[in-house]
Design a protein around this ligand. Structure first.
Ligand code: ATP
Length: 247
């Protein structure tokens, strides 16, 4: 069989290994029976219904589905930005839904990177590229030397831009820099909602190649997209429709 396959997410997520110390075999994230409903004054919108899945490390997972199917809601839960109403979310083996706000922030800081669609929103305007990478690593509790930060920028084709501020970089370069900041310090998970939405074809392809390459080091990438170029780098898919997983 050729091409990416759906992971066996829904089959038996409870059969994952015991979630103790972080390990390469441990999934980057797991959802078990997750439900999320948005309540407004006039209605309740069930955005996710009984979602069980596992996001592996060292792979690119792409969340697909029609508009309003719950993709962004799922990514926000995985990124520890939001909490489920029912069920469990584990990131790097820790039950996110049980953590107090401070511990949840710490887990998010150490184990999760969230990339916004607009490249510039991922970066601090007053730091050059190498300083952005070093700050991201320090915030993750895993400081890196200037030379290690430069090596990472080199892998992303940004070595010559190391002393540039975000405003001096193209959108594609900014997004690759954001990917560098996302993966430095070895988080479990990099979450990106429509990461190529603001990029032209060439820039999108370079960002995606970088993600594909860096995933091999062990981080789990989870992306949502309607973009066939993003789907082309997927190792596996999560398909949603009306908030439910579809096979
Ligand atoms: N803050 C909110 N309050 C009320 N309803 C919301 C809120 N956020 C999302 N929803 C609703 O929840 C459902 C899922 O939304 P979500 O943004 O997760 O879908 P999506 O698949 O990411 O959509 P798109 O592809 O259009 O970005 C939709 O019906 C949406 O209208």
């Amino acid at each position: 069989m050729s091409g990416p396959e759906a992971f066996e997410f829904a089959a038996d997520p409870l059969a994952d290994p015991v979630f103790g110390a972080a390990s390469a075999e441990q999934p980057a994230a797991v959802c078990r029976g997750v439900g999320k409903t948005y309540r407004t004054a006039s209605e309740s919108v069930p955005a996710l219904v009984d979602v069980s899945l596992s996001i592996p490390r060292a792979r690119v997972t792409v969340v697909v589905g029609p508009s309003g199917s719950g993709k962004s809601s799922l990514l926000r839960l995985l990124a520890c930005i939001d909490s489920p109403d029912t069920g469990e979310v584990l990131v790097a083996g820790q039950r996110v839904d049980r953590l107090r706000p401070r511990a949840r922030r710490r887990l998010r800081q150490r184990q999760v990177a969230y990339l916004f669609q607009r490249p510039g929103e991922n970066l601090l305007p007053y730091l050059d590229a190498v300083a952005q990478v070093r700050l991201a690593a320090s915030l993750r509790g895993a400081p890196v030397t200037e030379s290690a930060a430069l090596d990472l920028l080199d892998r992303l084709g940004l070595r010559e831009r190391a002393d540039h501020l975000p405003g001096q970089l193209s959108g594609g370069e900014q997004q690759r820099l954001a990917v560098a900041c996302g993966v430095v310090g070895d988080p479990a998970l990099v979450v990106a909602d429509e990461p190529t939405a603001e990029l032209d074809t060439a820039a999108a392809e370079r960002v995606l190649t970088a993600m594909e390459d860096l995933a091999q080091a062990g981080v789990g990438f989870v992306l949502s997209s309607h973009d066939p170029r993003v789907m082309a780098i997927a190792d596996g898919f999560v398909r949603l429709d009306h908030g439910r997983l579809v096979p």
